[in-house]
Write a protein that binds this ligand. Structure first.
Ligand code: ATP
Ligand code: MG
Length: 397
């Protein structure tokens, strides 16, 4: 006879086996996700802000490799690598100038399940398609973002590969380079997480009277370490845990921009108000302790908007009234395409073909592009570059 408590272990083991099975189904045999998305020439031209002719000419005169060969009368399209090369050759890279500060965006709300990891991963892949160099840092021991990048945090990630060795009370690393992993995206890197990252919080609790200085030194360390790494990227996206703990606070302090996702529901609205008020208190306390928090932008992002639910429209209206321009005008729509992609441990940007109907997919993708572009515009504003380079500007050097 098993006690109910013993069942916990059984349930956990059965769950782990199932995750591994799902992961094996979702990923290639080498247990790592491949990235097989392709872009047609019209889409590529649109992304680069040039004409298709300009791409064809460069392919003809040898500046670009010849177009992918036709298969069954259709061209399979350009890979993300080919797209990045096109940007480099045609001078259409959106990368920041060396003196512009990299965006370090925390996607935070202490409320769980508001879409932090969904926003983090979609934002990362959106920025990647636009041609930016992106680093994603999973700071949550639940490791949803790590999972969405195709890793099984339990099997594939050890504590030594997370932020832990750097943030530990007895650190074994002096910078964060060790933690950066490649992802299937050529221009997206990841610092993964797993459950053991939570040890950082235990250590603080056990540090007793030294707690204050441990906390302050971790704050300074995380910020310094991330700023150091950020030099090689345009955008760093941080996915913190949904709680007011050491890591969460350190992330908030390291970031230079804040996106707060929330659904258009009353509980999310109320929790978010609490979160904002707590953030206000915490930032002034940190300032008193000599730790400055400085954001280029703070915006709320409605993350699961259901246009068919009248209550969502009502809450969205309340949010607009309350927050004014701090609420981003375009919401992310609640979409089966997002949840179905999540089931495959992917983002909508990684899907080679629609999971649901072509219409649902297109709608979700267009909405995500529009929602994420709002964040891109804020980032670029900080760089003093209002719009991506136009074709004219590129042609005229
Ligand atoms: N726009 C959306 N449409 C459909 N499903 C969504 C959408 N946004 C998020 N979800 C789903 O909602 C759930 C919670 O999202 P997510 O894991 O991103 O939230 P979170 O804030 O990171 O949660 P946690 O607090 O646990 O870290 C996931 O199952 C996700 O797939
Ligand atoms: Mg999450």
């Amino acid at each position: 006879m098993h006690s109910e408590v013993e069942r916990l272990a059984e349930m956990a083991q059965a769950g782990e086996r199932m995750i591994e099975r799902l992961r094996k189904q979702a990923f290639l045999p080498d247990s790592r996700k491949g990235l097989n998305i392709r872009f047609g020439i019209a889409e590529a031209a649109q992304l680069l802000g040039c004409s298709t002719n300009r791409i064809r000419m460069a392919e003809d005169d040898g500046r670009l490799p010849p177009p992918p060969p036709t298969e069954n009368g259709r061209r399979p399209g350009y890979s993300i690598e080919a797209l990045l090369n096109m940007r480099a050759v045609l001078g259409a890279s959106p990368a920041r100038a060396p003196l512009d500060r990299p965006a370090m965006i925390a996607v935070q709300n202490f409320k769980g399940g508001v879409g932090k990891s969904t926003v983090t991963t979609h934002l990362a892949h959106y920025f990647a398609i636009q041609g930016y160099r992106v680093l994603v840092v999973d700071c949550d021991s639940q490791a949803t973002t790590t999972t969405l990048f195709g890793f099984n945090p339990h099997f594939n990630i050890t504590r030594e590969q997370t932020l832990y060795p750097y943030l530990s009370i007895d650190p074994t690393q002096t910078d964060l380079l060790y933690a950066v992993q490649k992802t299937p995206w050529p221009n997206v890197d990841l610092i993964p997480s797993n459950l053991e990252l939570f040890d950082v919080e235990y250590e603080l609790a056990a540090s007793g009277a030294d707690g204050g200085s441990v906390l302050a030194s971790r704050f300074r360390k995380l910020k310094a370490g991330l700023e150091d790494l950020a030099r090689g990227y345009d955008v760093v996206i941080l996915d913190p845990p949904p709680a007011l703990g050491t890591i969460s606070l350190a992330v908030m302090q390291a970031a230079n921009a804040l996106i707060v996702p929330l659904a258009a529901t009353t509980p999310d609205f109320c929790s978010t108000v609490q979160f904002l008020s707590m953030m206000d208190q915490v930032t002034s306390q940190l300032a008193q302790a000599g730790l400055t928090v400085d954001y280029d932008f703070v915006r709320l992002l409605c993350s699961k908007f259901d246009g068919n639910d009248p209550s969502h429209a009502m809450v969205r209206q309340i949010m607009e009234q309350t927050f004014g321009p701090a609420l981003l005008p375009v919401s992310i729509l609640e979409s089966a395409e997002i949840s179905h992609a999540a089931l495959r441990m992917m983002t909508v940007y990684e899907l080679e073909r629609p999971i649901g109907s072509a219409r649902t997919h297109k709608r979700s993708r267009a909405n995500l592009d529009e929602a994420m572009a709002q964040v891109e515009a804020l980032v670029r504003r900080g760089w003093g570059l209002a719009t991506p380079a136009s074709e004219e500007a590129v042609v005229n050097g």
